[in-house]
Design a protein around this ligand. Structure first.
Ligand code: ZN
Length: 305
């Protein structure tokens, strides 16, 4: 059912996370926010796209099923069924529960187009709850000494970090980018407690050894130096990313936390779908397809590598 017209994948005339007349937007991360006249997406994704300043085409429903992807609020997989053949599009997903997301569940299909961001054997993530407990211990210790800033993507990771801090009784300060996304989470029933610096409570918090959650690209040694100059306190910065230990990071501490599957979970997901034909896309698409072929699964990169 899949046919490919690089660099766009079409599923029965639907553009998958890329521009087209009718586009399926799996979730509201910038690299998936496609322009289209008509948009297939969850309610949460539509609201997040609008909150983040994207134009959204008219809502469209074509009978395809959208399934939980466990990546960020509103993230979905797309399942299409025609003439007894089932095709599943699974771009960014995770197969265990987080504080703010429910796990993606594999469904049986004939053809699968799967995202392979971390589709290489060296990517094996620790248990998510183990990482959360490391973050909590680190924050508790460093907060005794000064200011603590955690960085993660404004959509998804930041809300997991807020929930992680809420568990230890901390309502972190957040900036506008994180607040406007978190407001949508709250609206959809996710309990998150955070402060913005412009409110009375936020101002009071700034006078203490505060904890902040900011977008990943804003958290670095320059920010730490600026905060130190401004508040005259020690500043400790931590980052949360699946690339921990694999890429250089400008932080005191880097925690391995991803909203994607690691390699073993990707393989497990593919096997559990029972797909007879697998296409891979993003990240380690060629290498992951090769690993699947070694297991006897018919697999190839979607875009002719
Ligand atoms: Zn994503």
């Amino acid at each position: 059912m899949f046919s490919f017209n690089p660099p766009r994948a079409f599923l029965e005339g639907v553009a998958l996370d890329c521009s087209g007349d009718i586009a399926f937007v799996s979730h509201a991360h910038a690299d998936h926010a496609a322009r289209s006249k008509k948009t297939i997406a969850s309610d949460e994704t539509i609201e997040l796209l609008k909150a983040r300043g994207y134009k959204v085409g008219e809502r469209h429903h074509n009978g395809f099923s959208m399934l939980e992807a466990g990546h960020v609020l509103g993230s979905r997989l797309l399942l299409a069924e025609k003439d007894g053949t089932r095709a599943l599009y699974a771009p960014d997903f995770r197969t265990d529960d987080g504080f703010t997301t429910k796990a993606a569940k594999p469904v049986e299909c004939d053809e699968l187009l799967v995202g392979t961001t971390f589709g290489s054997p060296e990517y094996v993530f620790p248990e998510r709850m183990q990482t959360y407990s490391e973050i909590q211990k680190w924050v508790a210790a460093e907060r005794e000494k000064g200011i603590v800033v955690l960085g993660g993507y404004a959509l998804g990771k930041a809300q997991e970090l807020i929930a992680c801090l809420n568990e230890m009784g901390i309502a972190p300060l957040v900036n506008e980018d994180v607040a406007k996304v978190s407001d949508v989470y709250r609206k959809h029933g996710v309990k998150l407690d955070y402060l913005t610096p412009d409110g009375a409570e936020g101002e009071k918090e700034l006078a203490r050894n505060f904890v902040a959650v900011l977008p990943f690209n804003k958290v670095n040694s320059v920010l730490a130096a600026n905060l130190w100059r401004l508040y005259g306190k020690m500043v400790h910065i931590g980052l949360a990313t699946g690339w921990a230990g694999k890429r250089p990071m400008d932080a005191d501490r880097v925690f391995c936390l991803s909203d994607h599957c690691d390699f073993p979970h990707l393989v497990e997901f593919v096997e559990q779908t029972g797909a007879k034909k697998v296409y891979t896309t993003h990240g380690f698409d060629a290498g992951f397809a090769r690993c699947l072929r070694e297991k006897g699964i018919d697999a190839q990169p979607a875009f002719g590598r």
